[in-house]
Write a protein that binds this ligand. Structure first.
Ligand SMILES: NC(=O)c1ccc[n+]([C@@H]2O[C@H](COP(=O)([O-])OP(=O)(O)OC[C@H]3O[C@@H](n4cnc5c(N)ncnc54)[C@H](OP(=O)(O)O)[C@@H]3O)[C@@H](O)[C@H]2O)c1
Length: 375
C-alpha cells in the first residue's frame, strides 16, 4: 500500500516519515509549495539524527516529493495531477498544519480547516479509497481546565483557549461530517504537547516549548539586564500539563495505523501516562530566561513593562492554569504497558531547549539561579 504524508518537514512529520520509511519502500511527501527545499530539509534531519550515509543516499529514490498548497482546492495541483496522485494512494497521513498559538483565526482556518478539507477531497477522489490518518491535538478539548477529556468527546461548548485549538476542533468536526457522508473510515490522532531532548539546531524545526522560550526571552530583553526579573503569571502551582516525547508519539501513531479501522472515525489520545507539574515548567523557564516567576491567581492590575509584554501572549500562559487529564483508554487497551514512555523531566526538557555547545557551559537545570533578583 502506498502512503502519502503532509507536513513531512515538520517537527512531528519528520518523525512520522522516519517510521513510515521503516515499513514502506517509498513514501509520497506532499510538501509546502514555495517553502524551501523539502528534500534537503528532510535529509538534514536524518543526517543530524545519525542516519548512516548509505541510507541518506537512498532517500531521493524513496521519496516522491509533490509540492502542494493546503489552502487551495485540489491542493494547488492540476486536475490531472490531483487525480493521478489520489489514485496511487492507499493511505494519507495528514500532519501539516499551522501550530501558531498566537495566530489569527481566519489564517488558522485556512491552513487547518480548509487544508483538511482538501486532503479529504484527495481521499474521496482516490480509486483505492485511501484511509486518512489525521493528526489533530488533545487540545481540541478546549477551555475545560479541570476533569477528564475522553477520546470519544468532541464538544465545543467549553470554548477554546486560542484560535489554534478552535481551528483543530473545526477540522475534526469536518472529518466527522465527511466520514458520515462518504461512509469512509478516518483515524484521528490527538497528541498532547510534543517535546524532544534533541538540542535545537538551525536546520531542525522548532517545537512549542522553544517558541514559548523565545517569546519570554524577547520580552526579557526589555527588562534590566544582569538581574533576575520578577514576573507574575496567572497559573496554578497544582496545575499540570501533558507532554510527550515526539519520537514516542510518532511510534504510537504508526502502530495505530496497523489496526483495521472501524469504518467511522476512530479517535485516539496519544499522551503520556504522567503529567508534568506546572512548577517544573516554571522552573525550566526561570533557568532558561533568567526570570523569577510567581504564579498568581488573578492578572495583576499593576503590570510591569515586562509583565505587560508577556501578557501579549495570554493564549500561551493560560496553559499554566490547566489541571485536565486526557484519558487514553483506547490506546492502552490496544497496546497495554508498551505505550509507556520515559518520564519527561526537567533534564529532558532542558536538553531539548539548550543548543548542544551551550550545555556544558550553561547552568544545569537543577543548579541555583545565577544572578540576583532585580531591585
Ligand atoms: N508540536 C506539537 O506539540 C503538537 C501537539 C499536538 C498536535 N500537533 C499537530 O501535529 C501536526 C504537526 O505539527 P508539527 O509540530 O510538526 O508542526 P510544524 O513543525 O510547524 O510543521 C508543520 C508542517 O506543516 C507544513 N505546512 C504548514 N503550512 C502548510 C501549507 N499551507 N501547505 C502545505 N504544508 C504546510 C509545514 O511545511 P513548511 O515547514 O515547509 O512550511 C510543516 O511541514 C499539526 O497538525 C499540529 O496541529 C502538534
Amino acid at each position: 500500500m502506498h502512503v502519502a504524508l503532509t507536513g513531512a518537514t515538520g517537527f512531528l512529520g519528520l518523525r512520522l516519515l522516519r517510521r513510515l520509511l521503516d515499513t514502506h519502500r517509498s513514501v509520497t511527501v506532499l510538501v509546502h509549495a514555495g517553502s524551501g527545499d523539502a528534500l534537503h530539509r528532510i535529509t538534514r534531519y536524518f543526517a543530524l539524527t545519525g542516519v548512516p550515509e548509505a541510507a541518506l543516499a537512498e532517500l531521493p529514490g524513496r521519496l516522491r516529493v509533490v509540492e502542494t498548497e493546503l489552502e487551495r482546492p485540489g491542493l494547488g495541483l492540476s486536475r490531472h495531477a490531483f487525480q493521478e496522485l489520489a489514485d496511487g494512494l492507499g493511505a494519507i497521513w495528514h500532519s501539516a498544519g499551522s501550530i501558531n498559538l498566537a495566530g489569527d483565526l481566519a489564517e488558522l482556518r485556512r491552513t487547518n480547516v480548509e487544508g483538511t478539507r482538501h486532503v479529504l477531497e484527495l481521499a474521496a477522489a482516490g480509486r483505492e479509497r485511501p484511509v486518512v490518518h489525521h493528526v489533530s491535538t488533545a487540545f481540541v478539548a478546549g477551555s475545560r481546565r479541570e476533569g477528564v477529556a475522553y477520546e470519544d468527546e468532541l464538544d465545543g461548548a467549553y470554548g477554546f483557549e486560542n484560535a489554534y485549538e478552535r481551528s483543530k476542533y473545526e477540522a475534526e468536526v469536518l472529518i466527522h461530517a465527511w466520514s458520515r457522508e462518504h461512509r469512509r473510515p478516518v483515524v484521528v490522532l490527538r497528541p498532547s504537547i510534543l517535546v524532544t531532548d534533541l538540542p535545537p539546531h538551525p536546520e531542525l524545526p522548532s517545537h512549542p516549548l522553544q517558541v514559548v522560550e523565545r517569546i519570554l526571552r524577547d520580552a526579557r530583553r526589555t527588562a534590566e539586564p544582569g538581574c533576575r526579573a520578577r514576573v507574575r503569571l496567572v497559573g496554578r502551582p497544582d496545575g499540570r500539563l501533558n507532554l510527550l516525547q515526539v519520537d514516542h508519539a510518532a511510534g504510537i501513531m504508526v502502530r495505530l495505523a496497523d489496526r483495521t479501522p472501524s469504518g467511522g472515525v476512530d479517535t485516539y489520545h496519544v499522551v503520556h501516562d504522567r503529567d508534568v507539574p506546572v512548577p517544573t515548567i516554571v522552573t525550566l523557564l526561570e533557568r532558561l530566561v533568567e526570570l523569577s516567576v510567581e504564579l498568581v491567581a488573578e492578572e495583576p492590575d499593576d503590570p510591569s513593562a515586562l509583565e505587560a509584554l508577556v501578557d501579549c501572549y495570554p493564549d500561551l500562559t493560560t496553559y499554566l492554569t490547566h489541571r485536565r487529564r486526557f484519558d487514553d483508554t483506547r490506546v492502552r487497551t490496544l497496546f497495554g504497558s508498551s505505550v509507556a514512555s520515559d518520564r519527561v523531566d526537567l533534564d529532558h526538557l532542558w536538553s531539548g531547549l539548550v543548543p548542544r555547545g551551550l550545555v556544558a557551559a550553561g547552568p544545569s537545570p537543577t543548579s541555583a539561579l545565577p544572578s540576583a533578583p532585580c531591585a
